[in-house]
Design a protein around this ligand. Structure first.
Ligand SMILES: Cc1cc2nc3c(=O)[nH]c(=O)nc-3n(C[C@H](O)[C@H](O)[C@H](O)COP(=O)(O)O)c2cc1C
Length: 439
């Protein structure tokens, strides 16, 4: 059987810091780069394309976390995913600087009507020539609801609303038939109204009457991404997504997750198991020698501020961890927030007890992702095991210091992946969907 090739995504945010807390203060972070300006994003995009990545994954939140001691002070003080600028604004910069690289934009359904969501995403799909993906989220964080002046709804309610949201999005994306535009100068007819469907949607949460304002985009609709991890979230992902993200600390948990997803795809939604790519989070620290990599890893860990780490887990898990002692055991705590990511710390030590302090510090390194520290050879050995045993189709690579961590991955790890036949040596298609769904 042919070896599976890895699909790669660079996991970042439109902010000063992404998923490794404190990286902005690392000596190698953004040397001579200003993350608020286009050249930084152009360089990052070209670097990822040089490494044959499928896309840049732009994660997002809508407001600074405010669970830790009921305040966002530590979030602001320690740059805990803060500040973060609007994610879709950089998509045209990224795709303008590249030919093949896609962009996945995280946009919340919580406070935006499907009509404008579809309009924005389809416009971006046009501008990029079909290289846009949408990471569908529904705002799990209390701070987002506070910022928008709304009462936070329950998870089940959010998923029910999101199902209806998608129904309306699909209708809007299909509003313009592929041959709706006639552009006949002689008759003066630009588009055939019979081929631009009027939507008449009356749902429980949304109403919409009218036609989509955007002509059909190159991909028809953006590639749909999702990272729901609760039971309901996994069903939503299995029904709608073309790529699913998950964080599991070891290969056994990856395998379990992959089997669970296959079961849902096939038995609940009648989809082919390979119609969805399973992309797992990993964080790499590469060196010419193991000693060099270990030393780099220590430098990275030294940047983490404990209070910032505690503010982050409080934000992601929807709980004020200041209510617990630092040596309380997290396995005894129930969290209302992102369950799937909480499991990554529960199993961080193979199931052995993990204290609140350990959990915060582990999580702050890279959101609970496995950290692969070593030579390119060591790292690719592990990535191969994640694919062959864990069922991964690819990886979302969490940033440490930028753009350096991606430059190093592309310079050292990418050639080793290619040498072993585990990464493409040319892009297969022109759209993001064609590349991502390629074997
Ligand atoms: C790997 C991963 C990345 C995620 N990235 C984001 C993100 O950027 N923004 C966001 O609002 N939620 C993000 N989430 C949260 C989920 O998409 C989902 O909304 C959340 O897990 C709540 O749903 P659940 O209870 O089904 O897990 C992420 C989750 C995972 C596992």
């Amino acid at each position: 059987m042919a070896k599976k090739k890895a699909h790669l995504l660079g996991f970042v945010q439109h902010g000063v810091n992404s998923h490794a807390t404190g990286m902005w203060r690392h000596g190698r972070d953004k040397i001579n780069w200003d993350w608020t300006r286009p050249p930084y994003w152009e360089h990052l995009a070209r670097t990822m394309e040089r490494g044959y990545f499928d896309a840049m994954f732009i994660a997002d939140e809508l407001a600074p976390y405010n669970n830790w001691k009921g305040s966002s002070d530590e979030t602001v003080r320690y740059a805990v995913q803060c500040p973060v600028h609007e994610p879709s604004t950089i998509a045209p910069i990224i795709t303008g600087a590249t030919t093949h690289l896609g962009v996945g934009v995280t946009l919340s359904t919580a406070f935006e009507h499907p009509y404008s969501m579809v309009r924005r995403l389809s416009s971006l799909d046009h501008l990029s020539g079909g290289r846009i993906a949408w990471n569908i989220v529904s705002s799990y964080s209390k701070s987002e609801w506070d910022a928008y002046g709304a009462d936070m709804t329950q998870r089940a309610d959010r998923y029910g609303r999101m199902e209806e949201y998608m129904d309306l999005c699909y209708e809007l994306w299909d509003s313009w038939a592929p041959d709706a535009i006639v552009a006949d100068r002689d008759s003066g007819v630009f588009a055939d109204p019979a081929k631009v469907k009027e939507i008449n949607f009356e749902g429980e949460y949304f109403r919409c009457r009218g036609r989509s304002f955007v002509e059909r985009s190159p991909q028809g609709r953006p590639v749909l991404w999702q990272a729901g991890s609760s039971d309901r979230g996994r069903d939503f992902a299995a029904k709608h997504a073309e790529a699913i993200f998950a964080v599991h600390p070891n290969v056994e948990r990856m395998r379990e997750y992959s089997n669970d997803l296959t079961e849902r795809l096939v038995s609940k939604f009648g989809r082919a198991p390979q119609s969805v790519k399973r992309l797992y989070g990993v964080q790499t620290v590469v060196g010419q020698t193991r000693a060099e990599a270990e030393e780099k890893y220590q430098r990275i860990r030294e940047c983490i501020p404990l209070e910032g780490a505690l503010a982050w887990i409080s934000g992601h898990f929807g709980l004020d961890f200041s209510r617990f002692a630092l040596d309380d055991i997290v396995q005894n705590i129930e969290v209302p927030g992102i369950q799937g990511l909480f499991e990554s710390i529960i199993y961080a030590k193979g199931g052995a007890p993990v204290t609140v302090k350990e959990a915060a510090l582990i999580y702050a390194e890279g959101m609970g992702m496995p950290r692969l520290v070593g030579t390119a050879h060591d790292i690719v050995d592990q990535l191969e095991a994640f694919m062959d045993v864990g069922g991964a189709d690819g990886f979302m690579l969490a940033a440490t210091y930028t753009p350096g961590c991606f430059e190093e991955f592309v310079d050292f790890v990418v050639p080793e992946l290619q040498r072993r036949g585990r990464l493409r040596t040319r892009y297969e298609g022109t759209t993001l969907r064609e590349n991502l769904l390629a074997d």
